[in-house]
Design a protein. Sequence first.
Length: 622
Amino acid sequence: MMPINYKEVFINDKFWSSRIKTNREKTIPHIYQQLEKTGRINAFTLDKDFPMHVFFDSDVYKWVESASYSLSIYPDSQIESMLNNIVNLIVKAQQPDGYLNTYITTKAPQERWKNLRDNHELYTAGHLIEAAVAHYQYTGKNILLDVACKFADCIDTVFGKEENKKPGYCGHPEIELALIKLYHATGEKKYLNLSKYFVEQRGQKPYYFDIEAIKRGEDPKKWYAWDTENYSIFQAHLPVREQTEAVGHAVRAAYLYSGMMDLAFETNDNSLVKACERLWENIITKKMYITGGIGSSHNGEKFTSIYDLPNEEAYCETCASIGLMLFSHRMLHITCDSKYADIMEKTLYNGILSGVSLDGTKFFYVNPLTSLGNHHRQEWFGCVCCPPNIARIIASLGQYIYSIDKNNIMVHLYIGSDVNVNIKNQKIILQQKTDYPWDGKVKITLKMENPMFFGLKLRIPGWSQKTKLYINKTAVKISKKIEKGYILLERNWQNKDTISLKFDMSVRMIIAHPDVRQDMGYSSLQRGPLIYCMEEIDNKIPLHRITLSKKNKYSSILKSDLLSGIIIIEGKAKFVDDNGWDEILYASISKEKFKSIKITAIPYYAWDNRKSGQMRVWFRYI
């Protein structure tokens, strides 16, 4: 089972087409301007006067990746010119031995490979490789791919188990999954072996072998600067196959687990699959926010203890949600289980989409679930990993919608699109039409030259309480056709056959596990895949006073002129009146008086796009 390449998928629905257009016309050019303004692009001239940081190169590489994805489907002369400029600078900046890192080369050449924990050399190399593969897929030219191969070859001469090589791994995982992509692009097995080496080194104490020390009569084992650190922050506390709990920096964890899954697929390593299954389940059942955010602590951007999910203090870095989506997408391709696609969808529509403003030029690094009105998107950050990461996900969204094996086509996400599929040596065009996520109706039409027998697997979202299915307008009972959350339809399909789905889009009140102490006695609102929140601008009172009722009914109302077109949730609730409390701090419970109020909720992803004010996802309920 393999994902269908994003270049074979043309997205044409209203919801995502507008966001892809904004990404192309606003976000990608905006990020380029900021990369230029802050010296990240000019750093590749190797002028020492430009401001630099150890991981600045990776921001540029992610932009190259997003631009390449976008240009593969939507030609744009302005972005093309920007891309060519950066690629030429990257080529010229590469050192004769293949090494490429603007910070180390210009600011600290003596530090090359000396601090794997902090200097992000292998991390930035990984993003170069991903960018190069995307650029190669777009252009068909080797100009950047050759740079990536030369750097990977350089790395391969430095690290490994051989006596003349250094043992070690990066403090920030990324190169592991990137090397698998390079292996796919080139067929060069040493890149697969190098990825395997870095994955399996994790859990070992990292040091390098200093040959010159032997001449001085010293111990040749020089420890990288990790000795006093907590190894769990880097997912290095145990060998990967022995890890059972997601710990440490959330983005690093998700990237490592994604690399582990890629390696497992290529080597048929079931022990890695089992480890990833344990880690994924630990995240989803004990450490994930309702929005798909992960990494609750500002201190270390990391996971904390199980069920520790504070809301106002939530970190939930946008990159961490992206990492969880990447990890879940890889897990999905083990057995085609809808639980993985459900999490992909949750993170995409909530934890990821909230990271960029509706106009495409402002970003969240941190995504709290409660705000007092002082948390806002910014045009840029000092550490700016999130903006280009969002851009590359939106630009390549097509690759997450469909998969294929020799007998089946799988539909994971319901996004209006046309996809070209080759199955059993015949070309099929699958057309998906929907007004998702606002409407639960999906129509799929198959176009083919000759009738053909194959399977079509359609995901039933976990949030849909009732689902209806029709084939050519004839109702089909689906209870016996569901396999791991997917409807399996096998038949001799004809040209212009249609499959219609209708998902239950009713508003649901969602509660958390009783041990999530921050949410005990609280509820949130969900409609379809979207988590909702309330903003002060719509509700006019302090949001923490609002109390929902399990008996209330909620209305879904389309507001085409609000926040680029959304469905709001309206209903009745109660709020605690503060009348007579002016000079009182504490009183008998009998003083608590409730009044009725009409509440309005909007999708979480759309908050902080209007007037500043409070925001809240969780509310008391009775």
